[in-house]
Design a protein around this ligand. Structure first.
Ligand SMILES: Nc1ncnc2c1ncn2[C@@H]1O[C@H](COP(=O)(O)OP(=O)(O)OP(=O)(O)O)[C@@H](O)[C@H]1O
Ligand SMILES: [Mg+2]
Length: 386
């Protein structure tokens, strides 16, 4: 909804390179236009050109928000005179974002992205149907990458139909998922970080390699890049595009607390901290669980995966003691299997693909099967609730 033909032209110019955005433009003053939408036909985003000096225009905006659209439509206000007081009053009216005029293509895309994120957090929409797993660890070398790789492999066959799975190695400095899978580390992540606006299904498809086991991998860059080269909104966008195109997205996180980790944590259906049965690793795991839940993120679904487990008489620390120290039970226990995992790393084939009937393979399969069941149950509850 724009007030003048000039505003229409600048809007079309700002969206010229966004072929995926379909626009329907009406010209006129907001106060004179009775906007209404048939059931289920409301737009995802409603952009309203408002005369901030006209009380009737502001009242019309308020009416739109209250009576015409629901939480599934994002409302963006645009105006040629946006003061702080005006922004405050728009916020009170529940506007999702503001776009001062004149605006550029980048500002427009940013506003659409903000609006989209707000609608999704309002409606609880995952932004795509793919489920997101994230792997991390309290100390280095616990087996996070090994388990991320094998989880991705087991997820391919976890449902009756073959699932589309993408493993994303965000350990951008020391990531070895590609190495474990005999794949060359490519520059896809660097290109995505440099030109995030270009990222879509096609670019992601071109950036991934396919591993033995039938899943795609976005490897860490061949040359390490600073952790700060990734930004929260870029990582969020990457995960959103991935989960729109895959049934499962598995992320291997770096051994560092980055700003952009937030984008993963807020989207993850499972965050698994991999640990082993030793006093220091349990201690560090407790610390990382607290950090993951910090800053109001108590809802992040964190679980602890005990790796390389070997039952031995006389261990100074046993399972129950470790769970007590952690303050939560282990969500899964994966046995130690030195021969199989070493063969896997040396051949560049996931251990699960080499021998899924091994104790290691069965444990990974059980873990994935129980998670997939949980996801299906959560989906059924959500749809019966709505
Ligand atoms: N269940 C297992 N049985 C036997 N060996 C294992 C098992 N899991 C992992 N390993 C071995 O442990 C070593 C570390 O594994 P991995 O690289 O997966 O750990 P990480 O937590 O990702 O390490 P980093 O902190 O360096 O990223 C590797 O040599 C791997 O082969
Ligand atoms: Mg690793």
């Amino acid at each position: 909804m724009v007030r003048t033909a000039e505003s229409r032209d600048s809007l079309l110019a700002a969206l010229a390179h966004e072929p995926r955005v379909q626009v329907d433009i009406r010209i006129g003053a907001l106060k004179d236009t009775r906007l209404s939408f048939a059931e289920g036909k409301a737009p995802e985003v409603l952009l309203c050109d408002v005369d901030m000096h006209d009380a009737d225009d502001l009242a019309a905006l308020h009416f739109l928000k209250r009576e015409v659209i629901n939480g599934h439509t994002a409302l963006i206000a645009t105006s040629d005179s946006l003061s702080t007081a005006a922004i405050r009053s728009l916020l009170r009216d529940g506007v999702d974002d503001f776009l001062p005029q004149p605006f550029t293509h980048e500002e427009m895309v940013e506003a659409l992205r903000t609006a989209d994120a707000k609608t999704r957090s309002r409606t609880g929409d995952s932004g795509g149907r793919g489920r997101v797993y994230a792997f991390t660890r309290g100390c280095g070398g616990m087996g996070a990458t090994t388990l991320a790789v094998n989880t991705a492999c087991a997820l391919v066959g976890a449902k009756s139909a073959r699932s589309r799975v993408c493993l994303i190695d965000l350990d951008v400095q020391f990531g070895v998922a590609g190495l474990y899978l005999d794949l060359e580390n490519r520059s896809g992540l660097i290109e995505i970080a440099a030109q995030p606006d270009r990222l879509d299904a096609e670019l992601l498809k071109a950036a991934v390699s396919t591993a033995e086991g039938g899943f795609d991998v976005l490897t860490a860059p061949a040359v390490p890049i600073p952790l700060e080269a990734l930004k929260t909104d870029v990582v969020g966008h990457l995960i959103d595009v991935a989960r729109q195109n895959y049934d499962f997205v598995v992320v291997d996180l770096p051994h560092a607390l980055t700003d952009w980790m937030e984008a993963i944590l807020l989207r993850a259906d499972r965050v698994l901290v991999v640990t082993q049965l030793s006093v220091p690793s349990i201690h560090q795991t407790r610390k990382i669980i607290d950090a993951l839940h910090d800053d109001g993120r108590s809802q992040v679904p964190v679980g602890v995966l005990l790796n390389r487990y070997r039952k031995r008489w006389g261990d100074s620390i046993d399972l129950r003691q470790a769970e007590k120290a952690l303050g939560m039970p282990f969500s899964h226990v994966i046995p130690n299997d030195f021969d199989l995992v070493s063969e896997s790393v040396n051949r560049g084939v996931p251990a699960y693909a080499i021998n899924r009937r091994s104790r290691f393979g069965r444990a990974v399969e059980d873990m994935v099967a129980s998670d997939v069941k949980d996801f299906a149950r959560a989906e059924a509850n959500a749809s019966s609730g709505s």
